[in-house]
Design a protein around this ligand. Structure first.
Ligand code: PAF
Length: 280
């Protein structure tokens, strides 16, 4: 039976007790509106740990002034049921006042890794993410934490957070879960109109095109970026906000590709900004 916890004190008391008992804790941080991508992470957490915990918290710190904080889907009962079906033991769902009772006197600053890609488009976003993730790690005290590769920049930054601040936590990156037609699952897909939903399939198709170019030996990022950008312009009505090739996980721009890379794109539709990527 999945239990919902709303206070930091109760969550921390429970997790401290599990630690004393030598039970391993798996943790999936989320903002709710759970979909199959989250469920995959929860099942993995369930299978690798004694206790499985998720958080459902729409973190105001990571939303910019013109972003969808107010409109972000909130459906805690549905989410608790979904978590229960994936074998989660506890859903930690605090209020904003519970997480941030006072104005923060100390904040975390992400350096160069937040100045590119999503971070460049959304100033302050990754500071908000690492601040809440740092707090959640201290509250939940997990042994393993699960993050989707769809937010590959977030995953790289969280790995750096864990390394730089010595959190004794193993970060597990989970492959992107896609709809049958290839659209990456996202809580924001619900914002798409019918027409946009049909066009959105071309995000993953454009990444397949990029992979094909790479497989055929293309190593100049500009050629891949131009081909993907043209493809997206021709197949979607959305605004192509980003097509980029970066090293992964270092997140350094690559003119000529070598080593592991990450091709990332962002397309803004009328109400949804969709991102997708492929790590090669
Ligand atoms: O990926 C998300 O849903 C959020 O950025 C996270 C990690 C739960 C922090 O609020």
């Amino acid at each position: 039976m999945t239990k919902c916890i709303t206070t930091v004190k109760e969550m921390q008391t429970l997790t401290s007790q599990f630690k004393r008992e030598g039970q391993s804790i798996g943790f999936v941080p989320t903002m709710g509106a759970l979909h199959d991508g989250h469920l995959t992470m929860m099942r993995q957490s369930r299978s690798e740990n004694d206790i499985s915990i998720i958080s459902v918290f729409v973190n105001p710190l990571q939303f910019g002034p013109n972003e969808d904080y107010e409109a972000y889907p909130r459906q805690i009962e549905q989410d608790t049921q979904a978590a229960s079906s994936a074998g989660v033991d506890y859903v930690f769902a605090p209020s904003v006042d519970e997480m941030y009772p006072n104005t923060l006197g100390i904040t975390l600053k992400v350096g160069r890794m937040a100045e590119v890609l999503e971070g460049a488009q959304r100033p302050g976003h990754f500071e908000g993410v690492v601040t809440v993730v740092n707090k959640l790690f201290n509250i939940v005290q997990p042994d393993r934490a699960y993050f989707g590769k769809k937010d590959a920049q977030q995953l790289a930054i969280v790995e750096k957070l864990v390394q730089d601040f010595n959190h004794p936590i193993e970060i597990r990156g989970i492959d992107i879960v896609r709809e049958d037609d290839g659209l990456a699952k996202s809580s924001r897909n619900v914002y798409l109109t019918e027409q946009e939903r049909q066009e959105a399939v071309h995000l993953s198709k454009s990444l397949t095109l990029a992979k094909e170019m790479y497989d055929k030996g293309e190593r100049h990022s500009a050629n891949i970026i131009n081909a993907v950008t043209d493809y997206l312009h021709n197949h979607t009505s959305g605004e192509v906000q980003e097509v980029a090739v970066y090293s992964y996980p270092e997140l350094e721009e690559q003119d000529v590709i070598h080593g592991q890379i990450f091709i990332s794109l962002a397309v803004k539709f009328s109400k949804a900004r969709l991102i997708d990527n492929i790590i090669i």
